[in-house]
Design a protein around this ligand. Structure first.
Ligand code: DX5
Ligand code: ZN
Length: 229
């Protein structure tokens, strides 16, 4: 399994955002996670397509846009034009989930569906085959620096079972409270893509923190391998 680390720029120093994204990509980020909040779907307000377009020329890894906005569809083409590779949205924020999935694909982006801690995975029953990514929220969306909600581990395991039964490659991403200390347990539950905001941007050495996460991931996957044989 290829594990991907996606630093969330929500915890970056916004006064130096260009330097921050450049630094985190040089430090080994596989994706740049871009949190969009609207003070309506979630109680916070962050950044939009103009900022995405501004950082796009600076990064040579995919920009992973996490839309925490309602309604969703109006802004999808804007983010596609701004250089988003992946656009993930919350089902509660769209009146027509299947239509929003098609819209994101039609705009040339990969599409993800995000699940809040209390959102059931049943939303996947009819759309999993169309998705490129499933995002399990391990905090309630809106803020960086919150603690990992342990119930997300069972949910990840259930999402992993569903994805393994599906007939295509679908990434399983986790978002919220991911740290060097818990990333191994999260990987064992089945995640392959790890968003981390405060754990990376709050550290003094991004490269070391990402390397420490990869060491933990390697250890977790080796242990899983031993258990399987
Ligand atoms: C929360 C955001 C997260 C956030 C994660 O609503 O979606 O991406 O930045 O931050 P940490 O890693 O600090 O929990
Ligand atoms: Zn996010």
């Amino acid at each position: 399994m290829k594990a991907r680390i996606a630093p969330s720029i929500l915890s970056a120093d916004f006064a130096r955002l260009g330097a921050e994204v450049t630094a985190v990509v040089e430090a080994g980020a596989d994706l740049v996670h871009f949190d969009v909040m609207d003070n309506h779907y979630v109680p916070n307000l962050t950044i939009g397509p103009m900022v995405c377009a501004a950082i796009h020329p600076l990064v040579n890894v995919p920009i992973d846009v996490h839309l925490m906005v309602k309604p969703v569809d109006r802004v999808v083409p804007d983010f596609a034009k701004a250089g988003a590779s992946i656009v993930t949205f919350h089902p509660e924020a769209s009146e027509h989930v299947d239509r929003t999935i098609d819209l994101i694909h039609d705009c040339g982006c990969r599409v993800g569906l995000a699940f809040n801690p209390a959102t059931p995975l049943q939303w996947l029953d009819h759309v999993l085959e169309k998705l490129d990514l499933v995002l399990i929220m391990s905090v309630n969306p809106g803020f960086g620096g919150q603690s990992f909600i342990s119930g997300a581990l069972d949910k990840l395991a259930e999402a992993r079972r569903r994805i393994d039964r599906a007939n295509r490659s679908i990434w399983l991403e986790v978002d919220g409270g991911v740290k060097v200390e818990n990333i191994a347990a999260i990987a064992r539950a089945g995640a392959d893509t790890f968003v981390a905001g405060s754990a990376i941007f709050g550290s003094t050495n991004y490269e070391q923190t990402i390397a420490d996460m990869r060491t933990e991931l390697t250890r977790a996957l080796e242990e899983a391998d031993v258990e399987a044989h």
